[in-house]
Design a protein around this ligand. Structure first.
Ligand SMILES: [Zn+2]
Length: 287
């Protein structure tokens, strides 16, 4: 059964660790992440962007796949199925389709409009027992056509949104989606600290987890980050392992062209990345 991310994130905040949100793209991705979370006895959040939602033939297809897999693979750790960077309409569709968590990314709206729309969704999510993530201050880089400049959020605006009753809050602290450029100045811990002071027990979310050095991750968790999003890193590991398989000519040997064989090294590579992240975030054995 899918669960809201509320309890797992409140426990993470209190216990000074973070739960990973790993974005999914297909069956192999989902299976790799669920099996690894189960193996490590860790709670897990499966992230779905609107683009990935379309790719996987709609939110209902995804709910069916994930629920079926939880049953079929005997997954007993807490699993939340979460819309990543949702529009207002996207959030409504996911709530309807059976997601257990949604993000409404109103960071590109003026703060008053972000507040008004977030407020409406808080009421709806509370009624359904679904967790809601809000965002203040856009996150750098590009994700499914959403481009952010990587600004630092205003701690006072963070408090205004947190006070609406959202479950968790994403705030820009200089983080970027995708690969970090060589001249990236790093996370702004000053901003994170100020946000945490203002928002108290609210679990904070760090987007763009790919390529942030381990010591910065540890410090961010120390300063109140309890959910870290990982997307690009699984894509890079999958692509590298698949490339090796083909470059070694394995698809040309015997039944190496069988998709179950062709996609196996990439799937194993996702597992290795997820394992590494769960260890780094400290959520192993916290299910
Ligand atoms: Zn993000």
């Amino acid at each position: 059964m899918l669960v809201s991310a509320k309890e797992m994130l409140q426990k993470a905040k209190a216990g000074h660790y973070a739960v990973g949100q790993f974005n999914i793209n297909n069956l192999e991705w989902t299976k790799a992440i669920l099996l690894t979370a189960q193996e490590m006895n860790s709670p897990v959040i499966l992230g779905v962007s609107e683009g990935a939602g379309k790719y996987m033939c709609g939110y209902k297809t995804i709910v069916g796949m994930v629920e079926g897999m939880i049953e079929g693979l005997g997954i007993t750790v807490p699993v939340a199925l979460h819309l990543d960077h949702g529009s207002y309409e996207g959030a409504l569709k996911c709530i309807e389709a059976g997601f257990s968590s949604v993000m409404f990314d109103g960071s590109h709206y003026p703060i008053d409009e972000n507040i008004a729309k977030t407020k409406e969704l808080v009421a709806l999510c509370n009624e359904k027992g679904i967790s809601l993530e809000a965002e203040v201050g856009s996150i750098g880089g590009e994700e499914d056509g959403v481009i952010g400049a990587g600004e630092c959020a205003d701690p006072n605006e963070c408090k205004m949104i947190a006070d609406l009753g959202v479950t968790m809050l994403a705030a820009g602290i200089g983080n970027i989606h995708g690969k970090y450029p060589a001249n990236w100045p790093g996370l702004s811990f000053e901003t994170l600290d100020a946000i945490q002071q203002k928002t108290g027990a609210m679990p904070l979310v760090l987007h763009g987890g790919t390529g942030i050095p381990a010591d910065m991750i540890a410090k961010a968790i120390d300063l109140g980050v309890s959910k870290i999003n990982v997307n690009t890193e699984c894509q890079l590991s999958f692509a590298a392992a698949t490339r090796t398989y083909i470059e070694e000519g394995k698809d040309l040997q015997g039944k190496g062209f069988d998709p179950r064989k062709l996609l196996a090294p990439g799937t194993e590579a996702i597992k290795a990345t997820v394992r590494e992240k769960i260890t780094l975030f400290g959520s192993a054995n916290k299910a």
